[in-house]
Design a protein around this ligand. Structure first.
Ligand SMILES: [Fe+2]
Ligand SMILES: [Fe+2]
Length: 159
């Protein structure tokens, strides 16, 4: 998991996270921080094991740790964050030692993480599901005000 440590220590990665942190200071809804990324990574990895999909662990963690990394651009510039994250991720992945083919799969899954349909890749699907399953909608005080559709909300504990 050396390359995941490299992502977390990456300068651009840290800069994006601190920008997101300051922009989400007064946010009542779920935040987008390392805790969220780790939750998504672990759940996606459990799904990978349960379903015997056999995607490499570092690839899953890389996608999970980068899927929301452009969130600040959504707040600041109105760019959908899956697009912003897909733009920021390649440089960080390259600096962390991922190959062009791996980067392609990871960035694709980042772009896919807000929708789950027939064409979504196997990696995109487990990141999408891990993203939803990581949220504590079952005990959320602002659930009624949240703009997530009812079918996306994690109303029961599964993982
Ligand atoms: Fe997201
Ligand atoms: Fe997320």
């Amino acid at each position: 998991m050396e390359r995941i440590t490299k992502i977390v220590e990456n300068r651009r990665y840290k800069a994006c996270l601190s920008e997101i942190k300051s922009l989400e200071k007064s946010r009542k809804f779920c935040k987008h921080n390392k805790k969220h990324f780790l939750d998504v990574a672990r759940i996606a990895y459990i799904l990978n094991l349960e379903r015997k999909i056999n995607i490499n662990k570092e690839i899953i963690y890389a996608a999970a740790f980068l899927h929301d990394i452009g969130r600040h651009k959504q707040y600041e510039e109105g760019i959908p964050h899956e697009k912003a994250s897909a733009e920021i991720a390649p440089g960080i992945l390259m600096d962390s030692g991922f190959s062009a083919e791996e980067i392609n799969d990871i960035v694709n899954a980042i772009e896919e993480h807000r929708q789950n349909h027939g064409k979504t890749s196997a990696l995109g699907k487990i990141i999408y599901e891990g993203d939803k399953l990581s949220r504590k909608c079952f005990s959320c005080k602002v659930k009624k005000k949240c703009n997530w559709k009812e079918d996306k909300k994690n109303n029961t504990i599964k993982y």
